[in-house]
Design a protein around this ligand. Sequence first.
Ligand code: BGC
Length: 946
Amino acid sequence: MKTPIAKITLSLVLAFAAACGQARDLKIEGLRCEYLVNPLGVDSPQPRLSWTLDSKAHGQVQSAYQILVASSPEALRKNQGDCWDTGKVESDQTIQIVYAGKPLRSGTRVFWKVRVWDKGGRVSAWSEPAFWQMGLLEAKDWQARWIGDRAELPPVIPPKTYKDAERYDAQPATMLRKRFEVSAKVRRATLHASALGAYEIHLNGRRVGDHILAPEWTDYHTRVQYQTYDVTALLRPGDNVIGALLGDGWYAGRLGMSDGLFKKLRGVYGRKPYLLAQLEIELVNGQKLTVASDGSWVATKEGPVRSSDTLDGEVYDARREMPGWDASGFDAKSWQPVEVLAEIKAKLVAQPNEPIRVVEELKPIALNEPKPGVFVFDMGQNMVGWCRLKLSGPPCTTVTLRHAEATNNDGMIYTANLRGAPEVDRYTLRGGGAEIFEPHFTYHGFRFVEVTGLAQKPKLAALTGRVFCSSSPEVGQFTCSNPMLNRLWQNIRWTQRANLMSVPTDCPQRDERLGWMGDIQAFAQMACYGMDMAAFFKKWIPDVRDAQTDDGRYADFSPHPYDRNKHFTGTPAWGDAGVIVPWRAWLNYADQRLLEEHLDSMKRWIEYIRGQNPDLIWRKGRGNAYNDWLNADTLKLAGWPAKGGEVPKDVFATMYFAHSTELVSKMAKAIGRDEDARRYGKLFDDIKTAFNQAFVAADGRLPGDTQAGYALALHFNLLPDDLRPQAIAHLREGIRKYNGHISTGFLSTRCLMLELTRNGCNDEAWQLITSRTFPSWGYMIENGATTMWERWDGYVQGRGFQDPGMNSFNHWAFGAVGEWMFQSIVGIQPDEQHPGWKHFVIRPRPGGGVTWANARYDSIHGPIASTWKIEKDKLALAVNIPANTTATVYLPAKGVAEVIESGKPAASTSGVKFLRMEEGNAVFEVGSGSYKFAAPLSHNSREKGG
Ligand code: BGC
């Protein structure tokens, strides 16, 4: 196809073969229930189902579907949907389909499959079968009781200095055990388990599952998660033993700021950990048996885990190991009967998202000995998790592992920035051969591991870095011709994993690690490009609601373990995460249910701000008002013009008030709450008017004249159309004033990048992203970053480290620029009119000397790809559009834009329609399939980046 620029037309040819027979080309993949593959322990009575479609055909759509849900695999094989048979439903919906079959009882496992009809009315084959299993839906389903060690724990007396508080009053892990008989072969066995604390369960000598730090972090006063495991293969007829290891976890261990600020060293939720376990066994002879935690279990605290704390680390004494403690034949005479706890108030809920588990292993790249006997392993990558160490030596030797993100000039590890989080593991050898140490209930942020106490130099291969995080699937890939940008993408990816630890944390290393809301707010869209956040948000948004104050304030961090009505609540941009993150869940996953559950909570937040500020300028009730955190005014580098980077607080806060209000209106509309939509739409208009009256000068200047002010005002659509060009001009002037650099902080940097590009200044955006001088992404990388740093200058070669009081090398806020990389470099953008990537935009904007870029995003509707290459002044673009979706493709073109088929310009291509020319782009509407385009680069696209 080759058409003059002014009137490019592409006839839409529907290239479907005769509409007969089966749609062989159409494959159904990725069957999921509540976002998870074959989940156990689903506690929604009406779970939501989804699948993706794969087809090579152009313009393929689903015209109808049929779902069968059956009570057994056999019934499903015979196409008997005895729980639910939807029949043929005319619909193109493939996500968020609400189960509406027979009510499902606790513990029921059902099997399902789906087939679809294509655009031509041909039916596909049935999908592969999938299943889900219901959790324990009602309180009465739980026979298990909370059990723990009997001994009274003395109250914690805070030490004089918190700095030296390592393991102060730490307690050994509790070991628990119960023997039981199984009279016949087991047909199915399911274990439901939880803890006030953190647990590992063992059955007959084998570890159950691979979860780390289960049941993870929630507000334990309100909501505690349980996990469900299929343990059929671990049981056998006869004697069986269930054992558990119970640590402090987030419940009874140390938490960020609990000591210095709240004078509570540990045990913020409760001092003593407890376990809950219920094993449901179905025998082949039809009999059922339940083994539940109760007063018949026995416990000891004499085992090898002498202490294990998320911040402190672990002390393990291998001499205390009790081989066989979790299997039959073990003599547990010295163990004591357990304490049984009276009922707890919190509600038990099934964990809705992917557990924390090991997602990668790293081998060290170097081993140094900066001082005799001090061995420092370099993992080559700042990572989060812990180490597995193979060692041997005489009994009673204690080997110490200290973790750090960096080293000093002398090669010794740099730990000052960890503040009060020691990150130290200690292992005492039992002696007599090879031993392996791996901790249980802690985690560390580190690149370097210092090992001392070994008699001789270990081998490099003795240590393995076990990387773990909430295991949301990774869905984004990005590479391009600029190695610095590739490193930046990898740094963002590593930092995303590092801070996805049951809650979205600020950092994984120092004594903080809280679910800071401002950080995830800025990072939320990038987070969705990097990992499938649907289930994670489904877990965390209730955490946000649990942390909301009685008068509607959202917390600064969620969960909020302290007195939320008093401290750390109601802060602009942090509290607004309670609105902005659900919006991201809507935009990317079309999660209507999440909005239905959350809308009233969001309204309470808006009403709180309005109540405090009837004139609609947010001056009162701004909590801790961190403002645009770590903007230029907080940078203390010699010679840096530190004044003028900070947007005034009332301007900043009012912009967030407006933005959140607008989003509440949009979300209300999305779920049919029209009256709310209208009301908050009107309130947004009123805030905008008040904002303009109070702050915007006739020439578009904002108080403070900051880059951040213009970036946010443009991004939140707060300026009248005629002032937008002026605001852009002021923003560019602001960048020039800072010698071509940014002065923005955590919250506004991504907005600045997106708005430069949106408003015709893509060249400036490219200049910023490719800069290597302070402050810039390139500067961090030049100085050795392998993750995103909290500060642009966390470490500078020749100068050294920033202020250790706040110098994390693993903070994701400045990594939010990954959103710009996806939206601008490869141009993959969601469309809010069609949430869940049902329709989207591909609008690459080459620039910065980059000659090719390649990205893939596995959306909830399937894989989207955008790849481009510049060759001899021509841009070649290849895209993949998932079946049953459509996209608008912008091709930066000067002259003739072509659609290429089989390597040649095609006269016509099915699935493609030329729409118009717009700002130097040929704009096409495309259906599903893979397409290639080519065009001479437009002036804009080459020099200004489109
Ligand atoms: C955290 C930040 C957080 C902030 C609030 C810091 O200590 O590390 O990332 O958002 O506090 O200003």
